[in-house]
Design a protein around this ligand. Sequence first.
Ligand code: PEP
Length: 254
Amino acid sequence: MPERMPYIAGNWKLWGTRAQAGEYCQKLLALLPEPSRRPAEVGVCVPFTSLEVAVKALAGSQVLVLAQNMNAEETGAYTGEISAQMLLELGADGVVLGHSERREHNGETDRALQEKVPAALEAGLRPILCVGESEEEREAGDMERKLRHQVGEGLHEVPDERIADVVVAYEPIWAIGTGQVATADQAQEAIAFVRALVGGRTEEAAQAIRLLYGGSVKPENAAEILAQTDVDGALVGGGSLDPEGFARIVAAAG
Ligand code: PEP
């Protein structure tokens, strides 16, 4: 079975002027152990305007810098959009795709993600694909149906040999920004289900792909969730805005 390196990514959402981004990165670096002693790969998902600052501040630190969205097209009549090539030019390592906030507020669709995920990979960006059910869907017993649909669509155009290069974050919508964290059992159950879905494509990819939990992860609850067999890390929103707390979540992966 392949060793899966834990991955902790901080999603700043709509936070961080360039000045704040630079300051944050300096503080985080001072708090993280040397790359060889880190218990997890670490990434920060920053607004477009702070990408360049974060890339410069984190150069040589092995902390990944990710954008929070991109368009699948390289160029064209898409006002306000950013391509994978533009992100690469700024030095981004990856991109978050299909975050539930973009699905809710910006009309992000599974159809668009079907193009975005392979486009990111082909360009050389490492995508984090977000999936997860709403409270109503969970209560109606629809969690598995929702995950099957989102994972199926998001990975549909990704060739089997590239599936393990995608990271999937299971983020139940009812747990995002609410303080209502999923129990460790709920996180394990849903993420094991996502792994089984990937296994429906290839068993090799299912064993290698990294699957994260996201939803109100804090230093206080991180260790229990990260200890679950199928949970390979966390996508952390609000809890990542304090570099000290974020560094403690990284330490909890050890
Ligand atoms: C997120 O932004 O992906 C997230 C999980 O947010 P929070 O940790 O604040 O719930």
